[in-house]
Design a protein around this ligand. Sequence first.
Ligand code: ADP
Length: 300
Amino acid sequence: MIKVNNISKRYGEQLALDDVSFSIARGEIVGLLGPNGAGKSTLMKIITCFIPPTEGEVTVCGHSIFDEPREVCRRIGYLPEHNPLYTEMYIPEFLQFIAGTYGLRNSKQRVDEMIALTGLEPELGKRIGALSKGYRQRVGLAQAMIHDPEVLILDEPTTGLDPNQLEEIRKVIRNVGKTKVVLLSTHIMQEVEAMCSRAIIINHGKIVADNSADELKSLELSGNRYVVEFDREVDIEKLRKISGVAQVHHQTGHTYAIHGKGSDDLREKIFHWAVAQGHTVLTIQKEQESLERIFQQLTN
Ligand code: ADP
């Protein structure tokens, strides 16, 4: 449905995207994850025909962004990062206006459906300018979906929402994602865990990982982490030599964080190592690497 082939984008001297390629199929909700300035918005603007790439090609449902931008736009619903809305309008009036720009014949029905889908009923009496951030995002989602696009591109759709609003919007996105292609950007790892089947991690304009959320957790660098307290200071270099250990960091006092490489449980090995060294293990705590930490490792 979306094919991104070797896209690069330069803003003057700045290389914002560097040879990015991936494709996304129907029914996938893909999180585009990366720190600020990674190139997420730039990539989304290229896919939605707002700006051209410097190199490369994108097709959406088989239509090229260069040759058939109108066909591409018709198939895409886009929620930009700074969700631009007409603040003087009421919600139905605004959605009716957007429906008009697409020339929808059943526009009244679509407006009503979108209002129901995004849960806007309680706020119909207010102008858009008087809505909370959460409701504005819902209006943004409603306008993105009004022409029933096959592809949804959502730039930071949950930024600025409170926890209740967040859960509601996630529910809406998960639902629509069952039958469409959704590409959403975020710099928050939990968003991926909550909504996405797959994460593309981007840093300095390059893809550094493209995996299902489960795969990310089982990557080698995502092994377990052990927080171990010994009865005395130990030699970090010796700890590093235990087979299966990837990294060791001193925390405080006699406590060390030991990162394992794979999914094997290293607690027994660490314990036997300590005994052989004549050390005592006071506590040993095993934690699974969080997606958050994996993200930090991949982007640092
Ligand atoms: P993200 O959405 O991941 O925060 P962006 O795509 O907005 O990242 O930006 C990627 C890089 O490109 C950043 O370094 C940003 O400063 C730069 N950039 C984005 N838009 C422009 C522009 N219009 N002119 C010059 N540089 C830009």
